[in-house]
Every structure is written in structure tokens, then in C-alpha cells.
Ligand binder design. Structure first.
Ligand code: EPU
Length: 425
């Protein structure tokens, strides 16, 4: 039985919506619990399938994981495993973030090589370079990465690649460095808020880390870490998606938990598109009227415009006044949504790593299939600005990273209905 969403032209949106915890902070933070023998409690964990996949992975590695609402309790103590199998890694690339903690704690790890995915090739050379600098010996055997190295030794490592820094590469080297002997310095580290949140968790576990949030992170290794209690930051991508929904459909929406310091580039571009964004106590308010103005956007590592909001921004551009240019500098192949948006009447021409979007007054409702997680949100937004009905399938992508997105948009006034194929006429 597969679900689909039926979306009708919607707006204006009105009301308050609160942001869940950040999936991309929760995943490496859950993996970091492998670094200790003591239990940890993580709060504000989003209930999305990627989190469940990570929980399944950790159980295979000997951690007892239980959820009570948005609180996860992780108790290491079973027979510790060191092997991350293909069926889980192939389901979720972020499984790679168990590599650093396993290696640091047990001196060895076997993690299935993540393949490419629809958003591009997604290599892991920077992860390996960083871990090798700490003394790990890494080989590829039968499709698995086999890493050995005990003890790891702190080192200076430069983690810049052709497309800038690597978020999970930085996470892997940080989680290895915290238990390495001596000092590790990561240059060209990712500055994303999710890395700062991981550092907060590791520090609560007893790690010594400085410079998180800047391109140079310094870690002084400690012999052991303890369990910790930590609250995950609000999801800036979910916040940005909700803000874009309001900018596209018009109205007035208060996005509770959205942090201006995490969303600078998004606030800047939505303001340029004509939305009024105000910083309130613990929230951002978006007010918008009429069609957005065309804007040019380039995705970049933080604090630049996030690639994870590129598809949603393209939906907004598709109904803006004028011509917008969207350039993807993080994943130059992340354009699977263009074809689906064009099925809805959007006028988008791809030129290498850029898309030229000519805004239309309205889109036209169609049957579309979500090709990946962020594209699924983009298609929902596009459906809200389309005549007649839009039918979105491929919702397994949406559920990987958004908790109840359509219900929350519906409460703001969007016309979205979930039906299962079995219930469809
Ligand atoms: N790259 C390399 N070598 C590496 C690693 C990355 O060349 O060893 C390249 C990538 O191909 C890409 C760029 O560096 O061009 C940045 O990739 P990064 O490593 O930062 O991506 P990631 O850490 O694997 C995380 C998020 C992604 C998000 C990117 C970029 C998690 C679980 N995933 O992936 O989130 O797009 O950072 O911000 O944190 C999503 O949530 O939809 C999603 C895909």
C-alpha cells in the first residue's frame, strides 16, 4: 500500500508552526553514542525514517535504542559489533558516520562502501583522508571499507575538497579525534550548525573541542568518554521549507524554533524575493503578499545558501515574477526535480550546474513522483501554487527527513490530503 498526496492551490497560509529537531544533527550525534559504554539521552529527535535506520544500525552494533516521543535513549552494552552492513548503508548514506566512532572505540570497523545516489556521485575520499591522517589503515574488501588503527594519533588534517568542506567527513574525523592520542586539528572543517551541535554532544561526553563553527577545529584527545544528555537543535532545513511555503503561498506564518543565525542566507534571499521576515522571540515570522520576485541563488556550504533548500527554492522561483538563476555549487547534479517541475508547467532550462527559471503566473497540477527527499518538499510547494490537483507519489523520500510536513502545512491552511492507494477510488 503506497500513499500519495493530493494537493490543491493553497494560500494564504496563516498561523504558527513549530520546527522539529534536525535530522542531520541527530544522525551523527546518535552515532557518537558508540564512543562510550554509558547510556546517553538525546532529546528533540525527529521521528523520521532516517533516524529509525540509524537506530537499527546502532542496534546491530550492540546499542540498545529506545524512543519515547522525541526522546531517544541509547544504551551501549550488548555485544559490541563493528560491522555496518550493506543493507543499511545502501538505505542511508549517512550510515557512514559510524565509521569514526567505531574506529576510535574499537580500533577497527567494517562499513559497507556507500554508493552514489540520485543527487550525485557523493565520494568519501575526505573521510578516508582524515582518518588515515590519524593513523588508520583503510582498505576496500568485497565492497566494504575495512579500517584498522589502534591507537589513533592526533594529527593536522586539511579537509577541503573540490566542492568545499564535507559535513559528515568533518563529523567522522571529529568523532575519531576525540579518543585519539594527542591533538587533532581539522582545517577547512565544515562550519554547519549540525557540526556545532555534534561538538556540543561530544563536549557533554567529556571531549575537548574548540573552534567548532569555524573552519579550524582543534581536538585534544581524552582516554574515555561518558554518556550524556543532549537536546538536538531545530531543523534549519525544515524551517526554511516552511518559510518558503509561506513566501510562495502568501500570508503570515510564525515559524517557532527557526533560528535566524542558522538561516541568514535564506532570510536574505526570501527578503529579496519580497517576503518580510521578522525575528521574534524564539521564532521567525514570514509575511508575504502576491507573487514573489525573481532572485538569483547559489548554494554553498554554511553560511551560504543550503543545497538542501535548493529544490524548494526552485519551486518558489517557478512562480516568481521574472527570471531567476539557481546555481548548485555543492552537488552539481542535484537537479532531478527539474523534470517533475516541468511536468507541472514550470519553465526551467538547465545549463550545467545552473538552472534558469522563468517564473509563470501559475503552475498546472499534475501527477509527479518525488525523486529524493528535498525534491519531495519542492513538489508539495509547487502543488500549492498550481491549478487543479497535483498528485505526489514517492513519499518514502519525504518520510526520510520530514516529520508530518503535510499535516503542518494543512494546519496553516494548505489544501493537502494524504490517501493510500487502497483507499483511492
Ligand atoms: N565530497 C567529496 N569527498 C568527500 C565527501 C564529500 O568530494 O569525501 C563532496 C560531495 O560530493 C559534495 C560536497 O563534498 O559535493 C559536500 O558533501 P558533504 O560531505 O558535506 O555531504 P554529506 O556530509 O554527505 C550532508 C547532509 C546532506 C547535505 C550535505 C551538504 C547529512 C546526513 N547529510 O551530507 O543532507 O546535502 O551535507 O550540506 O548530514 C539531506 O538532508 O537531504 C541531505 C542530502
Amino acid at each position: 500500500m503506497t500513499d500519495k498526496l493530493l494537493i490543491s492551490a493553497s494560500g494564504p497560509l496563516r498561523g504558527t508552526v513549530s520546527v522539529n529537531g534536525a535530522k542531520n544533527a541527530a544522525l551523527p550525534i546518535m552515532a557518537a553514542c558508540l564512543l562510550t559504554d554509558e547510556p546517553s539521552v538525546i532529546e528533540n529527535v525527529p521521528q523520521v525514517t532516517d533516524v529509525l535506520t540509524m537506530a537499527e544500525m546502532l542496534r546491530r552494533l550492540g546499542v540498545e535504542v529506545s524512543f519515547a516521543g522525541d526522546r531517544a535513549t541509547l544504551r551501549p552494552g550488548g555485544t559490541p559489533g563493528t560491522e555496518a552492513p550493506y543493507e543499511l548503508v545502501s538505505r542511508m548514506r549517512a550510515s557512514i558516520c559510524v565509521l569514526g566512532p567505531l574506529l576510535a572505540k574499537h580500533g577497527r570497523a567494517r562499513v559497507s562502501m556507500p554508493g552514489g545516489c540520485v543527487i550525485g556521485a557523493r565520494p568519501i575520499d575526505l573521510h578516508l583522508k582524515g582518518l588515515q591522517a590519524l593513523g588508520a589503515r583503510i582498505t576496500v574488501e568485497h565492497g566494504d571499507l575495512v579500517a584498522r588503527g589502534s591507537p589513533l594519533r592526533g594529527a593536522r588534517v586539511h579537509l577541503g575538497g573540490a566542492f568545499g568542506s564535507s559535513v559528515l567527513g568533518t563529523a567522522n574525523v571529529m568523532t575519531a579525534g576525540v579518543l585519539a592520542e594527542g591533538v587533532t586539528v581539522i582545517e577547512h572543517a565544515a562550519c554547519e550548525p549540525e557540526i556545532v551541535d555534534l561538538a556540543a554532544m561530544l563536549s557533554a561526553m567529556g571531549a575537548r573541542i574548540e573552534g567548532q563553527g569555524s573552519p579550524v577545529i582543534r581536538i585534544e584527545g581524552v582516554p574515555r568518554l561518558r554518556g550524556a544528555r543532549h537536546r538536538i537543535i531545530p531543523d534549519r532545513i525544515e524551517a526554511g521549507t516552511l518559510m518558503m511555503a509561506a513566501a510562495l503561498a502568501g500570508g503570515e506564518v510564525r515559524v517557532e524554533g527557526a533560528r535566524a543565525e542558522h538561516l541568514g542566507a535564506v532570510i536574505d534571499k526570501l527578503s529579496e524575493a519580497g517576503a518580510q521576515i521578522s525575528k521574534l522571540n524564539g521564532a521567525l515570522r514570514v509575511q508575504a503578499k502576491g507573487r514573489p520576485q525573481a532572485v538569483d541563488v547559489t548554494t554553498l556550504p554554511f553560511p551560504g545558501f543550503p543545497t538542501d533548500l535548493q529544490a524548494q527554492m526552485m519551486a518558489l522561483m517557478a512562480v516568481s515574477r521574472g527570471v531567476s538563476v539557481l546555481t548548485e555549487q555543492v552537488y552539481p547534479e542535484r537537479f532531478m526535480h527539474i523534470a517533475e517541475l516541468c511536468r507541472m508547467g514550470a519553465s526551467i532550462a538547465r545549463e550545467g550546474a545552473s538552472a534558469v527559471v522563468k517564473g509563470m503566473t501559475r503552475l498546472s497540477g499534475a501527477r509527479v513522483t518525488a525523486p529524493d527527499l528535498r525534491a519531495s518538499a519542492a513538489l508539495i510547494l509547487a502543488g500549492m501554487a498550481a491549478d487543479n490537483q497535483t498528485e505526489v507519489t514517492g513519499l518514502e523520500h519525504l518520510e526520510r527527513g520530514y516529520q508530518g510536513l503535510e499535516g503542518r502545512l494543512t494546519r496553516l491552511g494548505a489544501k493537502i490530503r494524504r490517501v493510500s492507494d487502497a483507499a483511492a477510488p
